[in-house]
Design a protein around this ligand. Structure first.
Ligand SMILES: [Zn+2]
Length: 450
């Protein structure tokens, strides 16, 4: 069976991930993501109304025109998890393919919301839910199946899809860390990865997220971030002024920890900001998390301002607002608080807890710096970096190669500089650049089996 892999987006940057795999007559597309930083760098760009070709020209979404060079029928579009760099282009590109979007329930719900807010294109692809651990037939040949292996990442319901072909398995490894004690959901299914590495013809190709390949050691579990957070909040338990926290809105496990520890230190948690309400509300509705019945979640400007006024009237010492703005995004809640644009007034000594790391990218770094300065000018004390990464460090990568023993490796989710530590690591395990480790670029098509 002919096997071809098209590296469409996310091979020269982090963001706008998209890869297509052809097995015989059948094609599966993995991820269709958005590079948000290419959008945010322009003032007031509203992607909802923009045409795909303009977004492609901006470098914001994958340039999928290379798909016309690929024979066969697209049978499924498979986003691995709900982060925007993996699902953010579905509303702009999926309608060009006569194929369903297949993903886990939480991811499908986020895709559905994104399609609903799309204003330019009518996207009518079927949305099919598939649970981690399940396998489905791809096409009519009877020779190709797709399996979802449960993985752990900084968002719930993440999987790594595996395409089983007569030539061996193709494992699409974006994005994960090895977490054996996640705060929400099941641990990573390493046992299944080890089986896949040894059954049938083994693993033909492994496409891997290289984000943290250059970092030594092992990425800590979410349980470590949870303990760190508890330590910080407990240490300020007796403070009788304002405490405000921020984290990734899509990081439901972290939001859950913040809500629980707020209660433990005698404060009422409240979630504020549009995306805070969107992700936590969705997770709760789908039964992924059990928040206290009286937890307030407010997204609209008016209800947020009303909540801030109530907090100011009743006393800041009784509340812990969990807000958007962990990267200093100009329009997010915490940044507005720093600029004094909300009814919440910060006083000298008030605490601001960043349960997030600055995404190492100049725009983020600049905005976060500015946000911290503004908060500091109002007297706020900053607790930052209370976080663990969602991506594998070098020893996790080493363990994955041990488990899968792939014949070919294709590094992804980075630029050329980011690939190099992964290539070095694979070389230590006997792989050779150009022979069985293939560094690609956006828009390449490689034939693995003719
Ligand atoms: Zn991700």
């Amino acid at each position: 069976m002919e096997i071809e892999i098209a590296t469409i987006g996310g091979y020269e940057e982090v963001g706008r991930q998209m890869t297509a795999v052809r097995a015989g007559e059948d094609v599966v597309i993995f991820d269709m993501g958005l590079n948000l930083s290419k959008v945010l760098i322009h003032d007031n760009v509203e992607t909802e109304r923009m045409h795909s070709l303009d977004l492609i020209d901006m470098g914001a979404i994958p340039d999928d025109r290379v798909m016309s060079d690929i024979e066969g029928d697209v049978q499924a579009i498979v986003p691995t998890h709900g982060h925007l760099d993996h699902i953010g282009a579905i509303s702009k590109l999926a309608h060009r393919y006569n194929a369903p979007v297949v993903a886990t329930p939480f991811t499908i719900e986020l895709v559905k919301q994104q399609i609903q807010s799309e204003e330019k294109f009518g996207v009518n692809n079927d949305l099919i839910k598939m649970e981690p651990g399940e396998t489905t037939e791809i096409g009519d040949s009877g020779n190709v199946q797709m399996e979802f292996v449960n993985v752990t990442h900084s968002i719930i319901d993440a999987i790594n899809p595996v395409l089983h072909t007569p030539e061996g398995a193709i494992v699409y490894g974006l994005d994960k860390r090895m977490d054996h004690t996640p705060v929400l959901g099941d641990p990573i299914d390493m046992e299944r990865f080890r089986e896949i590495g040894r059954e049938g013809n083994g693993v033909l190709a492994y496409i891997e997220d290289c984000t943290n390949a250059g970092k030594k050691g092992r990425t800590p579990s979410e349980a470590v971030a949870r303990r760190h957070l508890k330590d910080v909040l407990t240490s300020i338990e007796d403070y009788d002024g304002g405490i405000v926290a921020t984290t990734f809105s899509s990081h439901i496990a972290r939001v859950k920890s913040l809500v629980e520890f707020a209660r433990e230190i005698g404060r009422q948690p409240v979630l504020l900001g549009r995306s805070m309400e969107k992700y936590s509300g969705t997770a709760e509705r789908l039964g992924f998390v059990d928040f206290p019945g009286d937890l307030g979640m407010y997204g609209h400007r008016k209800s947020v301002d009303r909540t801030f006024k109530r907090i100011m009237n009743e006393g800041k010492e009784d509340y812990l607002p969990v807000v958007t703005g962990h990267q200093g995004e100009p329009r997010a809640m915490l940044t507005r608080m720093g600029r004094g644009e909300t009814p919440y007034e910060l006083d000298e000594g008030d605490k601001v807890v960043f349960s997030a790391r600055v995404i190492p990218e100049p725009t983020n770094e600049g905005q976060r710096y500015q946000s911290e300065k503004l908060l500091g000018m109002q007297g706020a004390r900053i607790y930052d970096d209370i976080h663990v990464s969602g991506h594998l460090n070098s020893e996790g990568h080493y363990a994955m190669l041990d488990a899968l023993e792939p014949q070919h490796i294709i590094p992804a989710h980075q630029d050329m500089k980011g690939f190099s530590p992964y290539v070095d690591l694979a070389a230590r395990k006997g792989y050779q650049l150009g022979r069985d480790i293939h560094v690609s670029r956006n828009g390449n098509v490689m034939q693995l089996v003719d």
